[in-house]
Design a protein around this ligand. Structure first.
Ligand SMILES: *[C@@H]1O[C@H](CO)[C@@H](O)[C@H](O)[C@H]1NC(C)=O
Ligand SMILES: *[C@@H]1O[C@H](CO)[C@@H](O)[C@H](O)[C@H]1NC(C)=O
Ligand SMILES: *[C@@H]1O[C@H](CO)[C@@H](O)[C@H](O)[C@H]1NC(C)=O
Ligand SMILES: *[C@@H]1O[C@H](CO)[C@@H](O)[C@H](O)[C@H]1NC(C)=O
Ligand SMILES: *[C@@H]1O[C@H](CO)[C@@H](O)[C@H](O)[C@H]1NC(C)=O
Ligand SMILES: *[C@@H]1O[C@H](CO)[C@@H](O)[C@H](O)[C@H]1NC(C)=O
Length: 220
């Protein structure tokens, strides 16, 4: 009589290729899945390491410097574009502002207070806060970079689901400059404002493979 013993060992492993973390860029770690090269990270999360500065590419091909990364919350903060000296124009104005590719796993988080400057009057028909108490007034009056925008119509809004989460729009004839503050709380002094645009990413869906090892033992 033959007794067949079948032992199955089921072990799970991560996708065929192990996640490889990219090297540091300047003084910033580049945690998985963020990617600065073909041999590390995940290619859907492509960033650029340019002269030790880590940069996020917009759909229009403008590169925004990354200031910090929080891998535990899948968030990173990019620098708002410069408002060029003595003008009220963001350096990405000719590209229409910040636009993130529709197919990208990144979006603009709801913790940003976005401020728009030098807006045309039609903006007053929008639900934005364009009142004299809007925080954008403080930027115009108190921040050196905002001087070029002084006495222009400005508005602010909290980025949320009612606004597209992949676009901050500026244009000639609309608003010509913008900035953003992350996690602004009412009552915060302007010195506490953390300038930046916070992005969030959807983590990759790792495929889990089940490896089945069978051990066949034949006992007489
Ligand atoms: C690289 O960055 C350094 C320091 O910020 C700067 O002095 C240098 O000009 C940059 N080089 C290039 C090629 O951009
Ligand atoms: C945006 O997405 C499209 C389609 O997925 C792709 O062809 C294009 O290269 C992307 N643009 C950038 C700047 O990544
Ligand atoms: C902007 O102004 C600063 C100091 O006020 C100066 O150092 C810089 O060169 C100026 N930049 C441009 C593009 O004019
Ligand atoms: C405001 O925007 C218009 C274009 O919409 C531009 O021509 C003008 O120079 C801007 N104002 C300032 C103060 O920069
Ligand atoms: C605009 O923002 C200020 C400061 O956050 C707030 O006090 C005010 O109520 C807001 N006004 C409108 C119309 O939302
Ligand atoms: C942005 O993406 C995150 C993660 O994918 C999602 O949880 C969040 O709701 C999105 N935010 C907005 C404003 O669409």
């Amino acid at each position: 009589m033959l007794v067949v013993i079948i032992l199955s060992l089921i072990s799970s492993t991560h996708a065929s290729s192990f996640p490889i973390e990219c090297p540091k860029c300047g003084n910033l770690d580049v945690p998985y899945p963020l990617s600065t090269g073909d041999n590390c990270g995940n290619f859907n999360y492509k960033l650029y390491c340019n002269n030790n500065s880590l940069e996020f590419p917009s759909a229009e091909g403008f590169y925004y410097q990354i200031l910090s990364i929080n891998p535990n919350e899948n968030r990173l903060i990019i620098s708002p574009p410069l408002i060029q000296n003595n003008t009220c124009q963001s350096s990405d104005l000719s590209l229409g502002g910040l636009r993130i590719n529709e197919t990208s796993p990144f979006n603009i988080s709801s913790r940003n207070t976005v401020m728009l400057f030098n807006c045309s009057g039609t903006i007053l028909l929008s639900p934005l806060n364009c009142s004299s108490t809007s925080p954008c007034r403080l930027f115009e009056e108190r921040v050196k970079e905002g001087k070029g925008c002084q006495n222009t119509l400005c508005c602010s809004y909290l980025k949320d689901s009612s606004m597209t989460s992949r676009h901050i729009r500026v244009r000639i004839g609309g608003c010509s400059a913008y900035t953003s503050v992350v996690a602004m709380k009412s009552g915060d002094s302007i010195d506490d404002w953390q300038f930046g645009i916070e992005l969030q990413w959807l983590p990759p869906t790792e495929i889990v493979h089940f490896k089945i090892d069978r051990v066949l033992g034949i006992i007489p």
